[in-house]
Write a protein that binds this ligand. Sequence first.
Ligand code: NAD
Length: 389
Amino acid sequence: MKENFDFLMPSVNFFGAGVIKKIGQRAKMLNMTKVMIVTDKFLESVDNGPVKQTLASLDEAGVDYAVYNGVEPNPKIRNIQEAKKVYLENGCNGIITVGGGSAHDTGKGTGIILTNGDDITKLAGIETLENALPPLMAVNTTAGTGSELTRHCVITNQETHLKFVVVSWRNIPLVSFNDPMLMLDVPAKLTAATGMDTFVQAIEPYVSTNRNAITDAQCVGAIQLVESNLREAVANGHNVEARSNMVQAEMLGGMAFNNADLGYVHAMAHQLGGQYDAPHGVCCAILLPIVEEYNIVACPERFAELADIMGENTEGLSVRDAAQLSIKAMRQMADDVGIPRSIKEIGAKSEDFELMAENALKDGNAFSNPRKGTKQDIIDLFQKSYDAK
Ligand code: NAD
């Protein structure tokens, strides 16, 4: 538990059906006269989808725009360089990201290199940004990473396959939008992967060495919302209530890890994402029960509490047995929403584990993990995630 901390909150988040209609007015209030939309080709093509609705609102408010539609999953340095070119060529004075974590991180990364120097690899780490980004707003379409309100920008170096994080309060979008109606058509597989990311982003801060009472409350709220809504959102994507609850879970989780940080699940998932270009939520979900079982010894009572929070019956159990039940609940959730059990399924190869373990221990998320591991420990965890059936 941290005794002194800065507490970061998003400045404004509009939540609910139809809030996207407000974006044009907000752009005007931020003195944006020509914005760059950062998105991907699929989202741009959807009829009456998130991009079309954003553009309609901008048109209504008389705000001009240019579109960068080259965002890739696990966004690469090339994406932010391409987007910077679009921004400068079109004389833009603001950025609006439309999509999931990949769009938001591309927008943040573009803002970073527009005002803090072209080589973003030099800015990896915590609070490295000297200058403010151009005004940034985020329209979120997955539930989710929380990136629309976090200080994290996760980018992959396409040459080294290393995924790195620039963590700074300057990255937090000035205004973000979470309109669940934009998420009703997210396919089941993507709902499961992004929802499991939310689950992990509420569990890791709960056992983080940087947690505090405020983040604890956010984690509890997020975990309970995921427990009672993710299965339904996956099975019945058009259930507006389940979607709305998952969005609120992701916002709570985002605020929690913005302040309490994460752990080895994320530090290791970043290696899998960078190396194999695998979906982030799937990487996190596979690693979750294996890494947290390893962590139990550092804070068994926290894991016993997690079992209760997840709705397990711990009455009469020892702390150690109750803690073990939380791992069972994590695995059950992943199984129920169709996440594979082994990292083999995302193309992982044993010969890469040593280098990935070395890099995982350098990832910013590793430092708040409750148990301090050796390189061999991390190799063993990758191996266990590979052998899992
Ligand atoms: P994503 O943004 O990569 O999107 C995945 C796919 O979903 C894309 O093909 C996109 O077109 C599609 N999609 C998005 N919204 C949709 C919708 N409403 N309907 C249909 N399809 C839709 O997925 P993600 O999981 O949101 O983001 C993952 C990225 O975010 C990873 O790179 C991860 O490392 C990063 N991340 C960032 C933070 C942060 O705080 N910055 C936190 C966690 C993860």
